[in-house]
Ligand binder design. Sequence first.
Ligand code: ATP
Ligand code: ZN
Length: 299
Amino acid sequence: SKVKEMSAEVVDSNPYSRLMALQRMGIVENYERIRDFSVAIVGIGGVGSVSAEMLTRCGIGRLLLYDYDTVELANMNRLFFRPEQVGMTKTDAAVQTLSEINPDVVLESYSLNITTVKGFEVFMESLRRQNPKNSVRDDARSAGVDLVLSCVDNYEARMVVNQACNELNQTWIESGVSEDAVSGHIQLLIPGETACFACAPPLVVASGVDERTLKREGVCAASLPTTMGVVAGLLVQNALKFLLKFGEVSPYLGYNSLKDFFPTMEMRPNPQCSNSACLERQKEYLLAKPVRDALAKAK
Ligand code: ATP
Ligand code: ZN
């Protein structure tokens, strides 16, 4: 039949052809740009590992992976890691699997704790290093990555990612899943432009939703591959929109699985933020307002 003929013509064995179809259909202007981008993922657990796999299958240029933990049997209720990887560092196990899925992705494994002095140093240094595949950038930023995804499960580590990104003027997306495993969120943080993690930590946001997405020390948290998979999907979908410039990137998106409710909101930076790098970025953002207005007018 005609339909069969048409699909036989369109579908070939190259995994990229399905992605390139996004361009033919007018969703994305230039899908191939994906190969130029570097994304750092902090925390290769239930959300981070799945996000890394999605970006790998999408053909991302470079992935920097950070985690201090090793794979345990207790992780098997989540996606991605396999029983034979028990005992390996999560970052090495991830590199093993991801390089088999897509050998074109440049993968960097950092098995370290970003909250230690040494770990933070290596973290910062790796974020600054320019992508060897992409030495000429179209913007002059201090960071060598295009986006940081935070997939850690504790407040301290989030505050450290916040510190690094404020210092580097680096846009990042934070994610979290609640202790009871039935809700989660993602939040876009653009230094100076939106609230940083210290401006308005989710715990003090009087939104009435999602207040349990920060895990407490010593509490045996529940976890579900479903909620983590949904949050990873929301996270990477918004990362793709941010990088490839299509659709709208959600400033904050909650996920309440019990009601299938997805609240959104926007958070402005706090002029009294306790983070001094955040205050510097806020000043720069205000100073650049006339330039932004002129550019917007010219469009
Ligand atoms: P659980 O706490 O439920 O046993 P988990 O520790 O694997 O599981 P996830 O929510 O699945 O938690 O993933 C969070 C990931 O973030 C973990 O792999 C953890 O090792 C990593 N992580 C947390 N804090 C840091 C940190 N300071 N430096 C590096 N990695 C971190
Ligand atoms: Zn702030």
